[in-house]
Each structure stands twice: as C-alpha cells, then as structure tokens.
Design a protein around this ligand. Structure first.
Ligand SMILES: [Zn+2]
Ligand SMILES: [Zn+2]
Length: 263
C-alpha cells in the first residue's frame, strides 16, 4: 500500500484528529499514513503559545501503532536564522523520526497564513521574495527528507489570481528545484489545492519542471487535519506523479522507500 505522508493529529496545534479514526479512514482507501506534527520554532499561536509538541509523549502515545500502516514523522517550520537551524537539526538528530518534512510557513517577518502585510506587495514581488527565500532556506536546511507544499502561500494570498506558475518565475523556480535535487530532497505533491482548477495546473507546471531538471522522487501528502479528507484526493496526486514519470516514496527510519503502486 502507498503512504499519505502528511498528516496531523491532536499533537498539532491546529488539529484534533484521532489516530484510530485516521487509520480506519486510510484503510478504506488502501493507504498507510505518516504522522507529521507541526513544530515551528519561528511561529507562535495567537495567545503566544509555541507551535510545538512534546516529542517524547508523541512517541510514547503512538509507539504501539507504529509499523506497517503508520510511521512517525514531523513537519518542521524552516527558517534562515542560524539558531533555529541548529535547534531544528538537534531535534531531528535527537529523536527516531521516520520522516522529516520541511515547510515554509513564515517568510522572514511575514506569517504567510495570517499576515496581511504580504498583500501590500505585488504578486510579482511577493513570489520573487518567497522563491528566493525558499531556495536559501533549503540550502541551509538540507537535512530534511521532503519539501512540503511549495504552493502554500497560494492558499492564503488575496490577489485576483493566486496561482504560482512555473512560466511566471522560471529562473527562480529552477534555482529552487535544483537546490532540492542537489540535496536529494523530495518534492511534495500536496493535495490541498490539487482538485481546484488553476491551482492544479500551477502545481503541475512545477512538478513537470522538477522532472525535467532531474528530480525522480515525490512524496504525496494530504496535509490532513481531520479524517474527512484522508484518501479522497490521493489518486489525483498519484496520477500527477505518474504523468511525469516520478516515483512516489515515503521514509522509514529516515530511509527512502518506494511506495507500492495503487490498484
Ligand atoms: Zn505545512
Ligand atoms: Zn502540515
């Protein structure tokens, strides 16, 4: 069975998914799951609480479920600051995660989810900054297994057209994808926007280019925060990978494993 490699349970500040419900739903769709709880050193919740979780408690809670159908990972919020990089590396080294997702939820002082300041920039300027920052950040955080949701800002921007397309930023996207490939980091096909026309073609344009530049492996992640979304869009991600001859993979004990194709 294939793995949906991006899932949040109640250890994440913005999810309360129950593990048994999640596994039941995944089994209906013939999927296995990797949990990837949020850990963002550079972010705070509205009330000032850190965006993190008690890692030893996480392993204690789920160790009895860990195995063929469930693996235990983390979604790290990446940053350029040397102290954050050192702490993130230390977290990864100190715990037996199966898989480490790297994400950009903040762009220097902008919180990409909430910060309206981003909308004072033109779309051209915003994505130029974002893509340059993303490339630098990957360069400085090469210890991750896959890079999540390159189209994350598209979810929350407020332009007439929020789609990130390869053809609008070819050089910057080439630099970013080349840095992933050089560091043997996978590209995630995030399923959140894959069923929306426009966003789907935008993501596809980047996935296609990843392949053209020599990328071979993708992870497919629902970014599920509730059992409701598990499985439904997975076939769209698998089809996109197949269309560009990319191999869907997951990570077990930080080792890349090839997914069994879906039937
Ligand atoms: Zn994320
Ligand atoms: Zn996530």
């Amino acid at each position: 069975m294939a793995f949906d490699t991006h899932n949040h349970t109640h250890f994440s500040f913005d999810a309360d998914m129950d593990i048994q419900e999640a596994l039941r739903k995944a089994a209906q769709y013939q999927l296995n799951l990797i949990l990837t709880e949020h850990y963002d050193l550079n972010e705070r919740q509205d009330d000032g609480t850190p965006v993190d979780f008690e890692i030893s408690q996480y392993f204690d809670t789920y160790s009895s479920y860990r195995g063929e159908h469930l693996l235990l990972g983390i979604e790290l919020g990446l940053d350029n600051r040397p102290d954050y990089i050192a702490r993130n590396r230390a977290i990864v080294e100190a715990h037996p995660f199966d898989m480490v997702i790297g994400s950009i939820h903040n762009l220097q002082d902008f919180d990409l989810y909430t910060d309206l300041a981003k909308n004072f920039l033109s779309k051209q300027d915003f994505f130029t900054q974002y893509l340059i920052y993303a490339e630098h950040t990957i360069h400085r955080n090469p210890y991750i297994d896959t890079f999540a949701h390159i189209d994350y800002p598209c979810r929350y921007l407020d332009y007439a057209d929020n789609v990130l397309r390869y053809e609008d930023f070819p050089l910057l996207i080439d630099n970013f994808l080349s840095t992933l490939i050089e560091n043997t980091i996978c590209l995630e096909i995030n399923l959140r926007l894959i069923d929306q026309s426009g966003f789907r073609e935008g993501l596809e344009s980047i996935v296609r280019r990843y392949r053209e530049l020599g990328g071979c492996y993708v992870t497919i992640g629902g970014d599920n925060h509730s059992p409701d979304t598990i499985g439904i869009k997975y076939p769209l991600g698998a089809a996109m990978a197949k269309a560009y001859d990319l191999t869907p993979v997951y990570f077990k004990n930080r080792k890349r494993m090839v997914d069994e194709p879906m039937h």
